[in-house]
Design a protein around this ligand. Structure first.
Ligand code: OAD
Length: 242
């Protein structure tokens, strides 16, 4: 056990209210590509402006639908990794643990974490493009499905660039942050707002901040404890120490 891992375990053991923010790095070891990895990252291979904006969908709905359909199929095959399982274990401890994820892959829930706040929506949910209503049944077929009420195209229920975070998710995350005593950031580059501001908010209201990531990020300089490495290796070790 390194000194930092021990210190992080001590702090987590004593915490009353923990917020865990996760990003795509947590799912990397499940075979789900991250966004900003220089070689395999989705945004290194595809232009987000052509795929992840409302304008892109208006321009070429079929291109956008097929790209998300490809991602749905890729993610549907993925299984939670030891990092997801360790977070699920943490969430079952007696203290209050709120998991806010920027991931749309549902792998935290698959690992058994309840009450996950899906900050950027869910890949497997369809949403009416015109009305914004969420459809219960996902239609993952070739042709873009349409809304039964208004006839508009359905789109994937994820937050695109330029769109607001769903109010329910934003309110729940803000409330959890305002009273947390430990903030744990895992596998996110911390460049996409508003989640990128969580570490600062938590630190300003007195929480101890911990970051798990193999790389430095914009929040590395302000976090109290930095655990450098993969979440699938570090998180199980950390939980074992509790
Ligand atoms: P990024 O691709 O921006 O960052 C992934 C982070 O994970 C990087 O900091 C990596 O160093 C780290 N990482 C890679 N492998 C890891 C591992 N095994 N364990 C731990 N960390 C690892 O992805 P996000 O931060 O999730 O938004 O991106 C935030 C948002 O930008 C996404 O939710 C998405 C994207 O555009 C929307 O689609 C709205």
């Amino acid at each position: 056990m390194t000194q930092d891992l021990g210190a992080a375990a001590d702090i987590l053991r004593r915490a009353q209210r923990v917020v865990v923010l996760t990003g795509s790095g947590v799912s990397a070891e499940s075979g789900v590509p991250t966004f900003r990895n220089a070689q395999e990252g989705l945004w290194a291979q595809y232009d987000p402006l052509q795929l992840a904006t409302a304008e892109a969908f208006l321009d070429d709905p079929n291109l956008v639908w097929q790209w998300y359909r490809w991602r749905r199929e890729l993610v549907a095959k993925a299984e939670p990794n030891p990092g997801h399982h360790a977070i699920a274990q943490l969430s079952k401890r007696s203290q209050s643990v709120t998991v806010v994820t920027q991931n749309v892959d549902g792998l935290h829930q698959k690992a058994g974490t309840d009450n996950v706040i899906e900050f950027h929506g869910n890949l497997f949910v369809d949403q009416c493009f015109a009305e914004g209503t969420i459809e219960k049944e996902t239609k993952s077929h070739d042709v873009i499905p349409t809304c039964q009420r208004c006839g508009s195209y359905l789109r994937p229920g994820v937050v695109w660039f330029g769109e607001s975070i769903p109010t329910v998710a934003l309110d729940a995350a803000t409330a959890a942050l305002s009273e947390c005593d430990v903030f744990l950031s895992v596998g996110t580059s911390s460049v996409v707002w508003p989640a990128a501001g969580f570490a600062d908010i938590a630190a300003n209201q007195g929480a101890t901040t911990i970051e798990i990531n193999p790389e430095d990020t914009p929040i590395s300089g302000i976090t109290d404890i930095r655990l450098q490495g993969k979440s699938g290796a570090i998180l199980p070790e950390l939980i074992d120490c509790l």
